[in-house]
Design a binder for this molecule. Structure first.
Ligand code: GRF
Length: 194
């Protein structure tokens, strides 16, 4: 993506807990291959806000109007001059103007092997409950480029995990979480260095 030596700027969008955001901030602080310069959330009570405070990373709150209006969102995002925009548990659809403006530079992580168990309403425990209910033998994570449709863009990386017959949805969620901590920063690193 970039062969010069300037440090890559990452911007993260998150709607909830923020464990992926925290992990990405910490991993790249360690490796210095990139820096998370800004986090944004659409949710004023998201856990990610406190995590950012602890880590001393600015976390801005996007109003519902900004989340819906592509041009307003572009203005906000452009100020941070991101090389990559990372959706880490961001639950809103990205407006098409934003997708076009940052084409190939917005990544999402989804806690299933897409195209299975994706789309609107398929997030968090809903995904793991459905996987267990259907008796799947494996699940995993998908890291993909973002387009105008939920969980639909070109896949950058998938990682799998076995689902055992006695796994509960929370046991599966814990396995998936382990994969996310390991592979999301790695997929970002691979994209930045290719
Ligand atoms: C992760 O499971 C991710 O795959 C999904 O949302 C969850 C976010 O978790 N898109 P957290 O907020 O990073 O803890």
């Amino acid at each position: 993506m970039n062969s010069d030596s300037k440090q890559h700027k990452l911007v993260i969008l998150a709607s909830g807990n923020g464990s992926n955001a925290e992990n990405i901030i910490k991993v790249f602080r360690e490796t210095r291959e990139a820096e998370v310069v800004q986090v944004f959330t659409n949710n004023p009570s998201a856990g990610v806000i406190d995590r950012c405070r602890q880590l001393d990373v600015p976390c801005g709150i996007l109003s519902p109007q900004t989340c819906k209006n592509g041009n307003r969102m572009i203005d906000v995002l452009e100020k941070t001059q991101p090389d990559l925009i990372i959706l880490a548990g961001y639950l809103r659809l990205i407006p098409s103007e934003v997708v076009k403006k940052f084409e190939g530079r917005i990544l999402n992580i989804h806690p299933s092997l897409l195209p299975s168990y994706g789309g609107k309403g398929m997030y968090g425990m809903h995904v793991h409950e459905a996987v267990i209910r259907n008796g799947e033998k494996e699940s995993g994570i998908t890291i993909h480029f973002v387009n105008e449709v939920y969980d639909d863009g070109q896949v950058l990386m998938q990682q799998k995990v076995d689902v055992s017959p006695d796994d509960t949805p929370s046991a599966l969620a814990a396995k998936i979480h382990t994969l996310e901590m390991k592979w999301f920063p790695e997929a970002i690193r691979q994209l930045l260095t290719r």
